[in-house]
Ligand binder design. Structure first.
Ligand SMILES: [Zn+2]
Length: 392
C-alpha cells in the first residue's frame, strides 16, 4: 500500500519505471555471464605418496563448489560454480599411484567446471579450500599402513625461499632462525633410536603451506610441529606461545594466524565467523582424540620452552597455549601444533633469537617436551575414545 502511494506520488509513469529500474539495479545488480567475471581454474597439481595423495586445484578466486562421489567406476566429482578453464590448462593428469588414477578437468556447462578424480583403491577423501592464492584441496587416503615401530616426527620450519617470514628490526629473518632451530632439534631427537625425524625443508626453499601437512600425512607421522617466530606491530610484544588448530575469538591469536597464513585479518575474521572451514574442522574432530592429543602436546612444549629458557634467560613471558585457524595445520592426520618461539619484532628477543645458545636452548626444550609427551602418551592411547572429543 505504502509502495503504491509512493509510486503514485511520482510525476510520470516514466519516472516511476526509471526509479524501479535504478532501485532494482542497486538491490540486485545484474551479473552478466561474462567470461571476464568468471573464476578461472588455473592449474592442477598433486603430491603423491604410497598411502596418501593431495590434489590442489589453483583458482583465480574462491569458487562455490558441490561434490559427489559415484561408484562403478569409483570416482569423485567436484563442480566449481561460475568457473571456466584457463586456456592452456592441462585437462587430464595421470597419477596412477594405485589410489588415484587420473584427475580430469572439463567445462561441464557454460558456468561450471567439473573436476573428476578417478579412483583405483581409495579409503577416504576430503575437500576444502584455502585462500591467497585461492585453491581447492582434495586429500585422498589409501588403505591404512601397518603401524611403524618407530615414532615419526615431522618438524616444519616455517617460510623459506622468497618468503622470509617476519623480519626483525635488525634484519634477522624468521625463515633462517626457525630452520636453524629445526635442524638442531632434529639432531637432538634423532639421538633417540625410537624416533624417526623428518623436516619439511632442510634448506632455504619455499614450500607452500598445503604441502607441509601433505609431507607429514604422507609419512604417516605421529607428530607434526611447525616452528615459527612471532611478530607484532607493538615493539614491546614478547614471549613464547604454542597453538593448536581451532576456531578462536581472540583477536591477537587471529592476527598471528593471519600473518602466518599470509591473509588479511579481515579474511581471518571472516574465516572464523563463516562455515567455510566447517568440513575440515569436523574431520579434525572426528579423528579419534586428536585434538586432545594436540592440546596435550602443546602444553608439554609450551611448559618446557618457558621453563627451559627461563633457566638462563630471565623474564621469558609465558603467553600460554592458544588456538587459531592455521593453514599449515589444516588436514594434518596426527597431533599437530605450531610454536611461536619468541618475538623477532621485539629488539631484545631478536637479539636472543640471533644467539646460537638461545636456539640450542629452544631446541632442547622442545625435544624435552616431545619426550615428556611421548612418555605420557602410552601406546594405544590414541585409539578412539568414544565421545571424548570436545565440541568446537
Ligand atoms: Zn611464521
Amino acid at each position: 500500500m505504502k509502495k503504491h502511494l509512493y509510486v503514485k506520488g511520482m510525476k510520470t509513469l516514466l519516472e516511476a519505471v526509471t526509479f524501479l529500474f535504478i532501485a532494482s539495479v542497486i538491490l540486485f545488480p545484474l551479473r552478466p555471464v561474462d567470461a571476464a567475471e568468471k573464476i578461472e581454474v588455473t592449474d592442477i597439481r598433486y603430491w603423491s605418496y604410497p598411502e596418501y595423495t593431495r590434489v590442489v586445484i589453483g583458482l583465480s578466486d574462491l569458487a562455490d563448489y558441490r561434490q559427489n562421489r559415484l561408484s562403478r567406476p569409483d570416482r569423485l566429482y567436484v563442480d566449481l560454480k561460475d568457473s571456466v578453464l584457463k586456456n592452456d590448462l592441462q585437462k587430464t593428469i595421470s597419477v596412477g599411484n594405485g589410489m588415484l588414477r587420473n584427475v580430469r578437468a572439463g567445462q561441464f556447462s557454460e558456468n561450471t567446471v567439473r573436476i573428476v578424480l578417478d579412483f583405483d583403491k581409495m579409503n577416504n577423501y576430503r575437500v576444502f579450500t584455502m585462500e591467497d592464492p585461492d585453491r581447492l584441496v582434495i586429500d585422498i587416503y589409501g588403505r591404512k599402513q601397518v603401524a611403524a615401530l618407530k615414532k615419526r616426527i615431522v618438524l616444519d620450519p616455517g617460510h623459506g625461499g622468497n618468503d622470509p617470514g617476519a623480519v626483525g628490526p635488525r634484519n634477522l629473518y624468521e625463515k633462517d632462525v626457525v630452520l636453524d632451530i629445526a635442524l638442531k632439534l632434529k639432531k637432538i631427537l634423532a639421538q633417540d633410536q625410537n624416533l624417526e625425524v623428518h623436516l619439511t625443508r632442510e634448506t632455504d626453499v619455499f614450500i607452500p603451506l598445503e604441502q607441509r601437512t601433505a609431507i607429514a600425512n604422507s609419512k604417516s607421522a605421529d607428530l607434526f610441529i611447525s616452528i615459527h617466530a612471532n611478530a607484532s606491530p607493538r615493539r614491546d610484544a614478547k614471549g613464547v606461545e604454542t597453538y593448536l588448530l581451532n576456531w578462536t575469538s581472540d583477536e591477537e591469536a587471529m592476527k598471528v594466524a593471519a600473518r602466518e597464513n599470509a591473509i588479511s585479518l579481515k579474511k581471518m575474521k571472516k574465516m572464523n565467523e563463516g562455515r567455510d572451514v566447517l568440513d575440515i574442522m569436523l574431520s579434525d574432530l572426528k579423528r579419534d582424540n586428536k585434538r586432545d592429543e594436540s592440546l596435550k602436546l602443546a602444553n608439554f612444549l609450551q611448559q618446557n620452552m618457558v621453563s627451559g629458557l627461563n633457566k638462563n634467560y630471565s623474564h621469558i613471558v609465558d603467553l600460554g597455549v592458544k588456538q587459531a585457524l592455521f593453514y599449515v595445520l589444516f588436514g594434518a592426520q596426527m597431533p599437530s601444533v605450531l610454536v611461536e618461539v619468541s618475538f623477532i619484532s621485539n629488539p631484545l628477543e631478536e637479539k636472543l633469537l640471533a644467539k646460537d645458545s638461545y636456539r640450542i636452548e629452544l631446541a632442547q626444550s622442545i625435544a624435552f617436551g616431545v619426550s615428556k609427551y611421548m612418555s605420557a602418551s602410552p601406546e594405544g592411547q590414541t585409539v578412539a575414545k568414544n565421545g571424548r572429543n570436545i565440541a568446537p
